[in-house]
Structures are given as C-alpha cells and as structure tokens.
Design a protein around this ligand. Structure first.
Ligand SMILES: C[S@@+](CC[C@H](N)C(=O)[O-])C[C@H]1O[C@@H](n2cnc3c(N)ncnc32)[C@H](O)[C@@H]1O
Length: 263
C-alpha cells in the first residue's frame, strides 16, 4: 500500500470555503499513480501523510472512508441511479420535484445544480429529461463525483451523460455564467442542520455530513442566484425549516419541501 496526500489550497476567494479540514490521504496500490482524471488545478498532491481520513483508489474506483477504518466506504454510482429511475416511469405531472423545477414532457430544461453532493438529485433530473451543469465545492466530494463520472463514461450511458451532464469544482456563486445559462433553473440543496432521513442511508448521510459540514452560507448563494438571469430558483429544504423570503410556490412532500422563486 502506498499513501500520498491531497492538500486543498486556501483559495477561499475562488471556492468561498475554508478547506483547512479537508486534507485527505489517497491510498493506492504500490504500482499505481494518481489517476489522471483526478488531477485538478485546485488540488495539490504531496507525499506527506496529512490526515486520518482517506480516499482509496483500488485501480478502478475511488472511495472515501473517514477516521474509523471499519466504516463502510462511500462512493457514487451514476449508472445504477439512472437505470433505477428509468425503471420507475415517472409521471412528471405528479412528481413534486419536477413540478418545482418546471419540467414537463414538452420542454427540455437546463439546470445549474449548485450543490451536486452525491449527484443523486442530478441523476433524477437527468431522468426527467433535463440537462444538468453540476457544481460542487467540496474537493473530496468533487473527486468522488469526478471518479463516478469517469467510470460511467466507460459504460452504456457514455453518450447520454456526455451530452446532458457536466461537473465542476467551484462554489456555485462563483461559477462563470454564459448566455447558455440564461433562463436555466438554479437548483440548490444545501446541507440541512437536522438529519433529513433516519432510515437506511443514515450511515452514508452521516459520513457525508462529516465530510461536508453544514452549509450555513446558503443565504449568500440565494441572494446571488436571484440576481442572475435564471428563470427560477428552487431551494430544497426540510419540511421543518422556515421559509426563506416568500417563495412563489412551495411543493411539499413527506420530509422535504421545494420552495420555488420565479424570477
Ligand atoms: C445536502 S448536499 C446536496 C445533496 C445533493 N442534492 C444530492 O443529490 O446528493 C449539499 C452539497 O452541496 C455542496 N454545496 C453547498 N453549498 C455549495 C456552494 N455554495 N457551492 C457549491 N457546492 C455547495 C456541499 O459541499 C454538499 O456536497
């Protein structure tokens, strides 16, 4: 086994985030080197062991395990999410997420997902027929997403994903917008204070929360988003959370609520 480390530079102006806690080791097999798809200009690789937390590269896939070596590793799997959604045959008129975003079978919507996270919501939006530009600011989460994307491009979904999905390491309120983004929907799902779901994915969510923390600057992101040329902003919140400003409409499910702001 061979360990190198990732140092996250303090580019707070770019990522608007303090990454001091995000040093992480990359554990590789002795003969492997850092896979080229994981090289990024804002991520520095060094040869000094720097953290208790480790990303593992097994030659095929990247995963993350926190301090405790016994914890299950987390990684993201886009093709399995896409095929699950394909099997569901959603009725877009009934899906509150699709209604909040404004997707119906007659339009093709472009979405700026400003909080990509595990990519689950992005995969659902793709299955609804949207095109998604995904933004993630946490470098470790970004590396897991990038690896999942890289792996998915080797499979049947290659063309579909290449045409409809992209991902970037950035703070969402720092991305460069072009005319192509005009009239997109800005979708934002910051980390909740309370655990959203105590069921089967609790462990994964706990690790994820450990990795990301609380996104308590979400109001800055919304202020920025409302000043752009988006057609609407959709904020995902827990049903227990207070509303931010006055949404144009709210779509409430069992545990989450989508607040929609028409611009
Ligand atoms: C609750 S998770 C999002 C879950 C996601 N919707 C999914 O389907 O997995 C929040 C994620 O958004 C990221 N995030 C929060 N604020 C951000 C911002 N301003 N710019 C970019 N990423 C952000 C966090 O790092 C975290 O990975």
């Amino acid at each position: 086994m061979f360990i190198i480390s990732i140092e996250i530079p303090y580019k707070e102006d770019h990522l608007q985030y303090n990454f001091s806690m995000f040093k992480v080791n990359l554990v590789l097999n002795l003969n492997d080197s850092v896979p080229s798809h994981l090289i990024h200009e804002n991520i520095i690789w060094t040869h000094e062991k720097m953290s208790q937390n480790s990303l593992y590269w097994n030659g095929k896939q990247l995963s993350f395990r926190p301090l405790n070596e016994k914890a299950l590793p987390i990684f993201f799997d886009f093709p399995s999410k896409l095929s699950y959604h394909a099997s569901r045959q959603y009725n877009l008129k009934k899906e509150i997420f699709a209604k909040a975003i404004g997707i119906n079978q007659y339009n093709s919507i472009k979405i700026l997902d400003g909080s990509l996270g595990t990519g689950k919501d992005a995969m659902l939006l793709l299955s609804f027929g949207a095109r998604v530009r995904g933004i993630e600011r946490n470098p470790i989460v970004y590396l897991l997403l990038k690896d999942a994307y890289h792996l998915a491009l080797k499979g049947r979904e290659k063309h579909f994903l290449k045409e409809n999905f992209s991902l970037e390491l950035s703070a969402s309120h720092n991305v460069k917008l072009s005319q192509d983004d005009d009239q997109s929907v800005f979708y934002f799902d910051p980390m909740f204070k309370k655990m959203r779901n105590k069921s089967k994915s609790k462990k994964e969510m706990e690790i994820f929360k450990y990795l990301v923390g609380i996104d308590d600057d979400y109001q800055d992101v919304l202020t920025w988003a409302m000043e752009q040329k988006f057609s609407r902003v959709v904020l995902k919140r827990s049903i227990h959370d207070d509303k931010y400003l006055k949404p144009t409409a709210s779509y409430t499910g069992n545990t989450v609520r989508y607040d929609m702001y028409s611009l």
